[in-house]
Design a protein around this ligand. Structure first.
Ligand code: ATP
Ligand code: MG
Length: 327
């Protein structure tokens, strides 16, 4: 009999969960499906324990899910079962006779925090993952989960590193004209080239420095603007506009685009939520951190979205009210 995980009551170890709490927001949108290794390496119950041993050796794995002719989970053979079979001389028996039947398995639509709870509750090496038709579609080990978490953290790291590089003084990518007149600044975003994303915010950073806007506030403003600008390049076909002005120690930045708009702003604001492709992520974008960063660094944020585009107003209020007067 295979135990239905969904019906089990799981008490997670509070202490351990607390340790993982800060990963939660990053992993909140991921499911077992995103973590598991595929395709699963499986055998049917008619195969022998010797065949299981050979398969485990060839693939360097320590357990094999056993499936029926519909690829549904019926058991599991582990290295321990193999050792016992060798010691007791029944290595040529069919798997059916010796497999583990009470297999703890995961469902492909379980969220990652539930997966983590299972891994911490049962100390098994691997967990078959099944889909809604009970078909085994993958396997999750601690290693798979660790890799997934590292990948997510890696994305966030790349995102931050990339932004720092682009906003670094003397490393400007500038080729487009920007327009800065008195306390007013404007820039047309017109490129979907990710390698060039951030030109507007780089030149705006310079503009603020020239106006002797306080360094920490300049940093907050340029980071927020960078995130909004990259979003236009990444999600709005690269067409948009930055208009900003300085007044009484405040920076007002308006970023508008003609893209498809944001479907669900509340969801998009959540850290880790992204519609970016894996390819984009590998290039240091699409960690799902942009809007969250804008919220974090700005003093006021208004987002208006429709299917004609996004209008975003970001305000930075400096402690120093005398700054930001026209030069
Ligand atoms: N200007 C925009 N037009 C359309 N969709 C947008 C726009 N800005 C954001 N979005 C949507 O909101 C999601 C979250 O945006 P956010 O900036 O937080 O993350 P990201 O751009 O996907 O990744 P990152 O900013 O970490 O590189 C995006 O994946 C996209 O679906
Ligand atoms: Mg973004």
């Amino acid at each position: 009999m295979v135990i239905l995980i969904a019906e089990l009551y799981v008490t997670p170890s509070k202490k351990k969960i607390l340790k993982y709490e800060h990963f939660d927001s990053l992993l909140i949108h991921d499911h077992a499906l995103d973590v598991m290794s595929t395709p699963p390496i499986t055998l049917t119950k008619e195969a022998t324990m010797r065949e299981a041993k050979a398969l485990m050796r060839d693939h360097r794995i320590s357990g094999v899910p056993i499936v029926d002719d519909k690829e549904a989970l019926v058991g599991l053979v582990t290295l321990e079962n193999i050792i016992i079979a060798l010691e007791n001389n029944f290595i040529d028996d069919p798997i059916e006779k010796h497999m583990v039947r009470d297999v703890v398995y995961l469902k492909d639509d379980m969220d990652v925090s539930t997966v983590l709870e299972y891994l911490m509750t049962y100390n098994f090496g691997r967990y078959p993952v099944i889909d809604k038709n009970n078909k085994v579609v993958g396997v999750i080990t601690y290693g798979d989960l660790a890799l997934h978490i590292l990948e997510r953290l890696g994305n966030v790291y790349l995102h931050e590193k990339k932004r720092e590089e682009i906003l670094m003084p003397g490393k400007s990518l500038l080729s487009h004209d920007s327009y800065g007149n008195g306390d007013f600044y404007s820039y047309i975003i017109d490129s979907s080239d990710l390698d060039l994303a951030g030109q507007g915010s780089t030149s705006f950073k310079k503009f603020l420095q020239e106006h002797e806007f306080p360094p920490e506030d300049t940093r907050r403003a340029s980071i927020s603007l960078y995130e909004a600008e990259v979003n236009v390049v990444l999600h709005a076909y690269g067409k948009g506009e930055i208009r900003a002005y300085l007044k009484g120690g405040q920076v007002f930045m308006l970023v508008t685009d003609n893209g498809p708009g944001i479907d669900d702003i509340e969801l998009a604001m959540q850290p880790g939520w992204t519609t970016a492709s894996d390819e984009v992520r590998e290039r240091g974008f699409g960690a799902g951190m942009g809007l969250d960063n804008i919220k974090k660094y700005s003093d006021k944020l208004i987002i208006l979205s429709s299917n004609a585009g996004v209008k975003m107003e970001i305000v930075i209020v400096s402690e120093d009210k005398n700054k930001g007067v026209p030069t």
